[in-house]
Structure formats: structure tokens, C-alpha cells
Design a protein around this ligand. Sequence first.
Ligand SMILES: [Zn+2]
Length: 424
Amino acid sequence: MKTATGTTVFTNGQLIDGTGKPPVADAALIVQDGRIAYAGPVAQAPPLPPAVRRIDARGGTIMPGLVEAHWHPTYFNVAALEDLDIKYPVEYVTLLAAHNARLALECGYTAARSGGSLFNIDVWLKKAIETEITLGPRLAASGREICGVGGLMDWNPDFRKIGMEGLVLLINGADEARAAVRKLVKDGIEWVKTYPTGDAAAPDSNDHHTLCMTFEEMHAVVATAHNHGLKVTGHCRATQGIKNALKAGYDCLEHGTFMDDEALEMLLARNVPVVPALQFEHASIVHGPEFRMGQKVIDGHKETLEGGAESARRILTAGGRLGMGGDYGFAWTPHGTYAKELTFFVKHVGLSPLQVLTCATRTGAEIMGRSHEFGTLEPGKLADVLVVDRDVLADISVLEDRGHFIAVVQGGAIKAGKLARPEA
Ligand SMILES: [Zn+2]
């Protein structure tokens, strides 16, 4: 992805730099050739060259672009498990993924980590975004996921004779786990996404207290992935699944739902980040009946929401790290509503807006392994910036409304927001 040339200055707003420091009122952000040259009070800003582009934040907020830490580009209005892979052919899903990528950028997300995709679409989507064939967040790709045979992602009954290989590599034992990772190495992914545990969505065979992979399988995944420079994450709800993942050397946990004291201690010892994805649970409870979700499923979501919220609070209080991302792409959590996650953490989990924004920017970039490049507004970093015409700390839900976005900026170039539209 190219960076802009020349100098741009953003003024007339508060600066939230993403480090967790309190906001700077009446700030200036100076961008030189796509990188941040200055971020601080306007009164102390260095002199500007004569030819400079000025962006007026209209009394609002200048902040880092958001990072979606658990994004599924190929999910599209998923209402049943089958919709994840056999609703549409891969050709159409590829177009939907490109559409979702553009939408995510328009929603202020300048970077995203894939939580798994159909076939290898996210790897190629990343390439298309990097070469500017299509607009979207800077991506970390995961490709197909790994799950034990009979586990959460192995839902199609054998009599249907439908293979699942487009979405998930199903394994039995450590050898097959290694073989699956090696396939993904060839695909060019960066994060190996696994299913150590079940979920409330599958109450009869793989509920949220069930394990879907053995420790040996998980350990084989990690050893193979790390050998090839890949990172490993997993869908972890059950306590024992969390502990297995931490012991096996996972680099991140998705959900981290039922953390006991020992699990929390293990997590903190290696400072492993967690992406709770709680708005999905909340929306499942609220909208489940409309989508004919069974009572057992809804009750399970209540349990995982409660457990997940409690774990998230404990992790952050104890000095751990949370990423903000949310499995968006279900019919009740459609693409484009990603910022509901941030509102949920403020309104229902009890985090402060500044804490949530730090999770959604700096920690997101850390999880992607790219915090030296973006995630905070500090000199030398890429100018991935979101300019909002409101005080996002006073009401974080303004981030749900793209109508408030003056500019969504990647590498100093305005890609979305009012200033990207000529009529605005
Ligand atoms: Zn997911």
C-alpha cells in the first residue's frame, strides 16, 4: 500500500494517540509523506512548510484508525452454520469479501486480523488491498481453520457427502495437525486459527464446555506453526481448553470465556492477548428468537456472555491485554456494525472509553505484530488516522455512525469519510 506524499496537518480537535494517555485538547497531527511527524498540542507544533493540506476536525477527535482483531471477511449474513461455507460458491464469496473489506475501511477500521476465511480468500484479499486493487484494512490472513473431527466446525453429517475442506481442515491426532498447518504454510497465511473448544451454538454435541482438540494436537499445531514463523490462535471457551492453549504456546486466545485463577495466571505470565467478541453473544440473546435459535442455544449465549465479560474485566484489571473484534458477519451482527463492540464494552462491561479505544487501536496492532508500524499516533509511524466530528470519549457510540467520519486515512491518504467523497 502506497503512502501519501507531501504534508498534511490535522487540527481543531482533541488528540487520542492510542497509547492510553489522556487526550490532548486542541491538538495538531502533522503527517509528512504518509508518516507521523508530530502529534501533540497545536501550540507546540513545529512550523509547517508553505504547501500543506489542512484537515479540520471540526471540534471533534483525531485518533488512530481502528483495528478489528477478529474479522471474518467471508461471513455474510450467516444465520445457520451451513451458511458459513455452502450457501454461496467461492466465486461469489470472494466478491462479498472485497465488499466487506471496503465497508470495514469506511467504518474506520484501517487494519484487521482475519479470524478465518473460506478457502484462501483472505490471503488474496490482503494482496488486492496491498496492491490497491481494492480498498480495505491492512490485513493479517488466516485462511482455513483447524478443528478436530467431530468438533464444533465438523457439523455436516457424513450422509450429505459434503466435505468441509473449504472452511476447515479436520484433523485426528498430532500428525494430521502438523499436516494441516503445513497446508496453511503453503497457502501463505500468517495466523493459524484453531478450535480447541466448542460453543453455545452447538449445545448437543460441542457446547461451550466441550473440548474439540487434544493438547497433543494443539501442541503439534503450535510447534509446526512457530517453526514456519506463523502465529496460533484458537476459539477458547471451556476453562481446560484455555489452559491447554496457553500450555501449548498459543499466541492469542479468541473469547477466553471461562478463565479461572490458574488460567489467568498462565495468561499473564506470557502476556497473551485475548479477543473476547462479546457483542456477538449479546446480539444472539436479543435477536435469537427472531432467527429461531433454540432456548438451549440462547441460554448458552447468556452463560458465555456473563463468563466472557467477567474474564475480560479481570484480564484488563490484572494488567493483561484485550483486542476488540467481534465475529461480525452473522445475520444479527452484520458487517458494518463493528463499532457496536466498543459501545458494548463501555456500556455493559464497564470499561472506560479510553481503555476501549486503546484496546481497539494499540493492542489490535500488537496482536497483528505490527505495533511498530501503526496503532498509535506517534512520530515515525504510518498515518493511519480516523477523524471524527464528535468527542468520542463523551459518547463512544458515535463511532457506530459513519456519518460522523470526516476522514479515514491510511498512510496519510484519505480513503473514506466525508473528505473522500467529492460531493461532501
Ligand atoms: Zn470467529
